[in-house]
Design a binder for this molecule. Structure first.
Ligand code: ZN
Length: 308
């Protein structure tokens, strides 16, 4: 028998064996959504996303990206809602792979879901890869798929989700890579390229000119996929904020302020408010963007009080 690292810990081989068992369970149905697809949730979502397209509320359709919203069990779900993924996650935690970061998410939409429909999720654990050495530490990549079914068993949406479960390094190097790297993809690359040059870029529609943030694949006004960007003036005012005290965040010292900044260009951005004592942060305060180097690769745009 190989050496075990602690109570309940499994060898790498045993983790893969468990992964094989979980995958062999196939698709496991979860509990049906607590509520049917409903207008209040759709309205909240549209407001939060800044999506003003009238179709959803006029026609009683849910934005497809809401798929997961309808069946999220919450953090404290009971054992009866356990999916094949949960047992795998618990085993990885027990082996010291307590860090988690999502690395891939792909959603496929088969059709619009209507108000009144009640969805049921089904989860299939599809793979475990590792242990692999990553910038965050040694870890395993776990992949699973969720399919949402209508009441007559028609799949309406699917999602492939992959996380890295990693063992946080016991001792940090002198200049560790900042652990919370932004997801840079074809929608967001222009933004991060700009930040690296000290430019704050706002995505715009190349057809109708509508500005949008966060960046996305489609124009919410005219549905065009043609994109461009504009440079922001770099000023803003604090629209809303929270002070983060707990839990600890890797690479950050608490407390810190996470703000939603209203830009004069008409979009809002999430960012840290810096160079200001936490107790002096106020809604409406004028801010100016500044750039903070987090590690050798990453620069983050943050917001400091605008000096009068
Ligand atoms: Zn447009």
């Amino acid at each position: 028998m190989s050496e075990r690292t602690g109570t309940g810990a499994l060898t790498d081989g045993e983790l893969h064996e468990l992964a094989g068992k979980q995958a062999a369970l196939g698709e496991v149905r979860g509990a049906p959504a607590a509520d049917p697809v409903n207008v209040p949730m759709i309205r909240h979502w549209l407001t939060a996303m800044g999506d003003e397209h009238p179709r959803y509320l006029e026609q009683g359709l849910a934005p497809p990206a809401m798929a997961q919203v309808w069946t999220m069990p919450g953090l404290r779900h009971g054992p009866k809602d356990r999916s094949p993924v949960d047992d795998m996650m618990i085993a990885l935690d027990g082996n010291g792979y307590t860090g988690v970061v999502a690395t891939n998410c792909e959603q496929t939409y088969h059709r619009y879901v209507r108000v009144g429909e009640r969805l049921t999720p089904a989860t299939r654990f599809s793979g475990l890869a590792g242990p692999k050495r990553t910038a965050l530490g040694v870890g395993f990549f776990a992949t699973w798929n969720i399919t949402w079914y209508s009441e007559d068993d028609e799949p309406v949406a699917e999602m492939m989700f992959r996380v890295l479960k990693f063992r946080p390094p016991a001792k940090v190097a002198e200049r560790p890579p900042y652990p919370l790297q932004p997801a840079v993809n074809q929608d967001t690359e222009f933004f991060w390229d700009g930040v690296g040059r000290g430019e704050l870029r706002i995505q715009s529609c190349a057809d109708c000119g509508e500005l949008r943030h966060p960046p996305g694949p489609l124009c919410p006004r005219c549905r065009s996929a043609e994109r461009a960007y504009r440079l922001a003036s770099g000023t803003g005012s604090l629209f809303s904020y929270v002070v983060h005290h707990h839990p600890p965040v890797p690479g950050r010292r608490t407390p810190f302020v996470v703000g939603v900044v209203e830009l004069p260009e008409g979009v809002r951005m999430v960012g840290n408010v810096v160079d200001c004592p936490v107790e002096e942060v106020r809604i409406g305060m004028p801010l100016r963007v500044t750039y903070r180097r987090m590690d050798d690769r990453l620069v983050l745009p943050v917001w400091a009080p605008e000096q009068p």
